[in-house]
Design a protein around this ligand. Structure first.
Ligand SMILES: CC(C)(COP(=O)(O)OP(=O)(O)OC[C@H]1O[C@@H](n2cnc3c(N)ncnc32)[C@H](O)[C@@H]1O)[C@@H](O)C(=O)NCCC(=O)NCCS
Ligand SMILES: Nc1ncnc2c1ncn2[C@@H]1O[C@H](COP(=O)(O)OP(=O)(O)OP(=O)(O)O)[C@@H](O)[C@H]1O
Length: 199
């Protein structure tokens, strides 16, 4: 039996950092962010739908999506964000399920679905256990601005596009407090996996 774990948090709370730890432990990770990039490559149906909906002003000169520009559009306007979600999310869900089933068939003890919008998109039915990677608001804002080289306004817009991570932590089966060092978070992950008989 493969345990399907949903890994989530808020933007820049440390999901990718924890996903990396899972991979180091030999547990495969299905990465919704990566899939959401793959399904909007030129030639894919979602790419065509995005250009139809948002016009070619969201493209770069080489024809690929200008993610920064599209981000600016959708993170300042909820109705536009919902339009984008409607185009991208069904394709992401389909591919996530395909990959999840592949790892289950391969007999892994666990598979992780790394989904930023696990709670917002009501995808908890896709997983059996949930882990939320938690940080406080100050740490989150600082790490986000540093990583994306973004200003405070842009960073706050992105943070506000999601359910506050504190609320998500209350809904989770397990929480990793990622305010400390990466090593401290790794120890918390190992403790969770021990409790779930996975190590
Ligand atoms: C708007 C886009 C083009 C901006 O691209 P960009 O490269 O700047 O950001 P990236 O994709 O790396 O996302 C960074 C983080 O932003 C957050 N985020 C992304 N999309 C959304 C969204 N629709 N709503 C809320 N938060 C979001 C997530 O925490 C994600 O981890 C891109 O995020 C996108 O296509 N979003 C729609 C698909 C989506 O919901 N992806 C996230 C989960 S599947
Ligand atoms: N414990 C930590 N100490 C210091 N920096 C950290 C720690 N955890 C993560 N970071 C850094 O914070 C930033 C955000 O982390 P990460 O990219 O893992 O978050 P994420 O939740 O996957 O973000 P997104 O939702 O945008 O995909 C990165 O630059 C990462 O290197």
């Amino acid at each position: 039996m493969t345990l399907v774990i949903g890994l989530t948090g808020s933007i820049a709370s440390g999901k990718s950092t924890v996903a990396h730890m899972f991979r180091d432990l030999g547990i495969p990770v299905v990465d919704a962010d990566q899939i959401s990039r793959d399904v909007v490559e030129p030639g894919e149906p979602a790419y065509r739908d995005i250009v139809e909906t948002f016009s070619d002003s969201v493209l770069q000169v080489d024809g690929t999506l200008d993610r920064k520009k599209l981000g600016k559009v959708v993170f300042t306007d909820e109705s536009k964000r919902q339009k984008l979600n409607k185009i991208v999310h069904p394709r992401v869900r389909e591919e996530m399920v395909r990959q999840r089933e592949k790892y289950k068939q391969q007999g892994f003890a666990a598979v992780v679905l790394d989904i930023p919008l696990l709670f917002e998109s009501q995808l908890t039915g896709y997983v059996e256990k949930t882990i939320v990677v938690y940080v406080n608001e100050t740490t989150q804002l600082n790490r986000l601005m540093k990583r994306d080289q973004s200003d405070q306004e842009d960073a706050i817009e992105r943070i506000n596009a999601q359910i506050p991570v504190k609320k998500k932590a209350e809904m989770a089966d397990a929480v990793i407090d990622n305010n400390g060092t990466v090593e401290e978070s790794f120890q918390q992950l190992k403790d969770i996996l021990l409790a779930w008989n996975l190590v």
